[in-house]
Write a protein that binds this ligand. Structure first.
Ligand SMILES: C[S@@+](CC[C@H](N)C(=O)[O-])C[C@H]1O[C@@H](n2cnc3c(N)ncnc32)[C@H](O)[C@@H]1O
Length: 199
């Protein structure tokens, strides 16, 4: 599997994200951290460099497990003290059970139909599923060169990602879950949208 430079190195990934989100970077994580009480199990699906863990959850009494198909990110997470497993979410194996099942900025990898992944997250969750996803991103920029570069840079190994959500398409996906969606809100300066679902 050949991933883009951004996904090969945790520091490069985080540098890019900080540049992209600027003053809203911390809010990506606090918006999720605030929803999770102490004493629970958290499964972070497509955890990447597990920044949610290292910035927020590591210092709390939370049993955290991150899944990612990038073995380098998982090795870094384990070195940082968390539980991590190399896992391809496209594989239909049921996800490990947890109280809160989280996915941050990764749902677009499963387009054009991301619903089966959300359903597998619901099946694994005892209390809630929390999804945050970009609704404004460079990959859908009207500037064709910028858009092509952004897609290449975020290739996780399955080809440049042509598909991204807009707020309308993301809302449409979660509308399918009706009253199970207990919260939806723009976060991180309006760059991402957060959804909370009961399982
Ligand atoms: C944009 S990053 C998000 C990382 C982290 N959740 C965050 O918000 O900082 C997307 C992550 O999804 C992972 N990923 C993509 N497709 C995957 C798959 N099929 N199974 C598991 N992980 C996958 C990539 O390796 C990458 O770490």
């Amino acid at each position: 599997m050949r991933t883009s430079l951004v996904y090969r190195n945790r520091r490069i990934y985080e540098l890019l994200m900080r540049g992209l989100y600027r003053t809203h970077y911390a809010a990506r994580f606090t918006a999720i951290d605030e929803l999770i009480p102490d004493g629970v199990r958290v499964l972070d699906v497509c955890c990447g460099p597990a920044t949610l863990y290292t910035r927020c959850l590591r210092d709390r009494s939370i049993d955290y497990t991150g899944l990612d198909r990038n073995a380098g990110f998982v090795a870094d997470l384990i070195a940082a003290g968390g539980h991590g497993r190399v896992w391809d979410v496209r594989d239909e194996t049921p996800l490990p059970a947890a109280d809160f099942v989280v996915m941050q900025a990764s749902l677009y990898h499963f387009l054009p139909d991301a619903a089966p992944v959300v359903d597998r997250m619901r099946a694994a969750a005892g209390t809630a599923v929390i999804v945050t996803e970009p609704i404004r991103n460079l990959a859908t920029s009207e500037h064709r060169v910028v858009a092509a570069l952004a897609r290449r840079c975020t290739d996780a190994g399955d080809g440049a990602q042509a598909h991204r959500f807009t707020e309308t398409t993301l809302d449409a996906l979660f509308d399918r879950y009706g009253s199970r969606v207990t919260r939806r809100a723009r976060i991180a300066g309006g760059r991402e949208k957060l959804y909370v679902l009961t399982p």
